[in-house]
Design a protein around this ligand. Structure first.
Ligand code: NI
Length: 216
């Protein structure tokens, strides 16, 4: 479909050379897995695909914490096409609701399409790719890989979470290991289980190596 093709081109252009793991390839993976989940969860494919493509177009993490930037940018883009207003509203509300805002902050998606895209985005944050993205992001933000003297923190508000300056390894405990239980759909949960196992295995090996021990 024309709108999808054009949006794909635009997002590719905007997120080219993005160094923190929120690049075009992240978007492409989220789209693929979102489509796969959609088919099992009876979601509207057009809305899912558009939202997946646009979900990181202007992430709050890169706009000084402003979470209105994403939906606004998406709306301006979609208004160039002949799309019904309610579809634009739906896509923009998904983009607004989607991001993780701290361990103690509830972020519930209101529609099936939103649930699917949020699951897909979270799945790309865990497993082997999740590990790679965590260290890429941490490096970009000058974070240490690990520092046993800094303990993980469970942020109770979005404000606290945004200010977080912890290590990359802590990010697993503060966010990534929590995602499996936050999946919205059955299909998402099944995929998350396996990716979660893989991360736990990685963390176990990492901490053994840190202490100069053999793997347990
Ligand atoms: Ni994302």
């Amino acid at each position: 479909m024309e709108i999808i093709k054009e949006t794909e081109k635009q997002v590719k252009k905007t997120l080219k050379n993005e160094p923190t793991g929120h690049d075009w390839w992240h978007v492409d993976r989220v789209r693929k897995i979102a489509i796969k989940i959609s088919q099992k969860e009876n979601a509207d494919l057009f809305i899912v695909e558009l939202s997946a493509l646009l979900h990181d177009i202007a992430d709050w993490k890169f706009y000084k914490g402003d979470d209105t930037k994403g939906p606004e940018t998406a709306r301006k883009w979609l208004q160039k096409f002949d799309i019904e207003e309610h579809i634009i509203d739906h896509v923009c509300s998904i983009i607004k609701e989607i991001s993780f805002k701290g361990a103690g902050v509830k972020t519930e998606m209101t529609t099936t399409e939103g649930k699917v895209v949020q699951d897909a985005d979270r799945l790309d944050a865990i497993g082997a790719i999740g590990i790679a993205r965590t260290f890429a992001y941490g490096g970009n933000k000058n974070r240490e890989i690990y520092n046993p003297e800094i303990k993980p923190q469970f942020h109770q508000s979005f404000e606290e979470y945004k200010k977080n300056q912890g290590t990359s390894l802590n990010h697993f405990y503060e966010k990534l290991l929590l995602l499996k239980d936050l999946m919205n759909t059955k299909t998402g949960r099944e995929i998350a289980e396996k990716r979660d196992q893989f991360m736990k295995q990685f963390l176990n090996s990492f901490l053994c190596e840190w202490e100069g021990q053999d793997y347990l």
